[in-house]
Design a protein around this ligand. Sequence first.
Ligand code: UT7
Length: 329
Amino acid sequence: MQKNYGIKFVSFASALPSLCIKNTDLQKLYDTSDEWIYTRTGIKERRIVSANESGLTLSVSAANEVIKKSNVKPEDIDLIIVATATPDKLYPTMSCMLQGKIGAKNAVCFDLSAACSGFVYGIVTASQFIYNGQFKNVLVVGVDVHSRFLDWSERTVSILFGDGAGAVLMTSCLAGDDQLLGYSLHSGADVNLDLELDNSNVMYSEFKKPKCPNFVKMNGKAIYQFAVRVVPEVINELLDKINHNVNQIDYLVLHQANQRIIDSVSEKMKFNKSKVISNIEHVGNTSAASIPIAISEAIQENKIKFPCKMLLVGFGAGLTWGAVALHLR
Ligand code: UT7
């Protein structure tokens, strides 16, 4: 596409709820063990919202932090995209509610639904508006609160997820200074419904019945196999597009779904372990928030040295998957 401007990734930030649920806490809910969960997923603990917290409060914390780290005033933000599959309300959108809370009164706002690929889709969507000169300052937030949609009496799905939010502020710069090297997005109908959060049972004829909560349903094995197949494919596709090889990439940030998926992909792609960012052990799978939380924490902990080239790869329900390559300076 015609690029009239470049994109600068100014700052990243994240926010987690205060309540920490360890694997040993889950042992009190059903027949499981810290050892089983840790060896199968790499997860030790996850954060879960309490009554005074929500996707919105987490988004506000992450957004305020990202704004504080940048030189951009809330009123100078032109566009807010919130990627989420678990909005607090079906409407108003999370992005409009966030706009009000952070004082970004001039921003256009919309939510984007691409499940765990949402943050990658969000960056690519934001980039189109910056490249064509429509908007200068864009806030992209990935947030999910899956704890409200999990069957906590069932052990195969609820062990995986945690709640959280992550954000990035993207601004326009000279086309020659573009920090977005390229991207690749994909979608494919999930014919076997291997990963779904169904809302279609809430209907007029049922309205007198007690409210039936909707829970995430997942065929873990199928999703695992999908991930270890498509993630290397999309990485290779993007590397070809931007004319790079694995050795030219400094950091790999995969959606934090399962440490075994992260290990399998990095081994297959021959990414040295030191290049692979992982924080799943203490946050679990935070869905659309997982990539920005992982980046923000790695920057905070000085695990990322600048300048650097970084691949971000998301995959999830839809099915959706995609990768972006950044050159952060
Ligand atoms: O962002 C969303 C994307 N989602 C994912 O990426 C999920 C990808 N999939 C996975 O991470 C893995 O498939 C799981 C961690 C969900 C499951 O691991 P698995 O190695 O595929 O285990 P399994 O479902 O094949 O279960 C193996 C055994 C079964 O027992 P039997 O039939 O062999 O006797 C399960 O009943 O482990 C049992 N099991 C458990 N045992 C203790 C299943 N869940 C648990 C548990 N604790 N929590």
